[in-house]
Design a protein around this ligand. Sequence first.
Ligand code: FMN
Length: 258
Amino acid sequence: MEIIEIIKTRKSVRTFDGRKIAEEDIEKLFDYMESVENPYGIPVKFVPLDKGKYGLSSPVIEGEDMYIAAKVPKVEHCEEAFGYSFEKMVLYAWSLGIGTTWIGGTLNRPLFEKVAETGDDEYMMIVTPIGYPSSSQSKVDAQLRNAVKGDERIPSSKLFFDGDFKTPLDSAEEWLEAVRWAPSAANRQPWRIVKNDDKYHFYLAHTPGYSSGVDWDVQKIDMGIAICHFMCVKGGKLIIDEPEMETDEYAEYIATIY
Ligand SMILES: Cc1cc2nc3c(=O)[nH]c(=O)nc-3n(C[C@H](O)[C@H](O)[C@H](O)COP(=O)(O)O)c2cc1C
């Protein structure tokens, strides 16, 4: 499957068919997890977790085989680095037919942090169940998808801009759809991109009043995911620039790709 196909067909899987993942698929996934990098150069460590051994579950997940947690050092840009690396793993899993769901809220956080052996200098931000997708959806899965409008996205004209935050970007390049269909916490899609010459400036449009009760900024994880989708399709180099752009009170500059 081409990367754009993987990105466009992936969705959160909350109902699995109860099968164990084939040895060869697990091996490929675990090997891949060892090799994942991100443009921030911040290491993200993946930790496979046996659900039976530790009694792990999530109230929104059914029929999963096991869980994967990931940890990142507590440093500047750790959220974006985490989002980028975790999404690389999610996309690779999907290419093998393995389903995932980013879980940052609907979990027993202290238990997952403990069994992932999270150090004082690390954040264990997200876990995912893994397994093969079921052909039917559990009731809670269907309700949740419906509540967050998981099958919908904000139109491109409100996300991608040309030169300033007022002029929608007129482009049919593949990266627009790739970024648009990225997953985000509660499907808020906080990414905004302003193209200036050959530079793409990424901004975080903070959802007013959004709080998730953790020490890190969850919407910066979303930004790392958007950057991952952009770079997977268009490539480029990431820098932290100083664009002189007029923004509103909610937009925070995150990074530039050129
Ligand atoms: C950082 C992050 C945290 C998330 N946390 C949860 C969660 O706790 N529980 C859950 O069911 N889904 C969670 N999601 C999944 C989103 O709800 C989902 O990606 C979004 O609704 C879009 O649907 P899709 O992934 O099927 O495209 C999370 C996604 C992200 C990126």
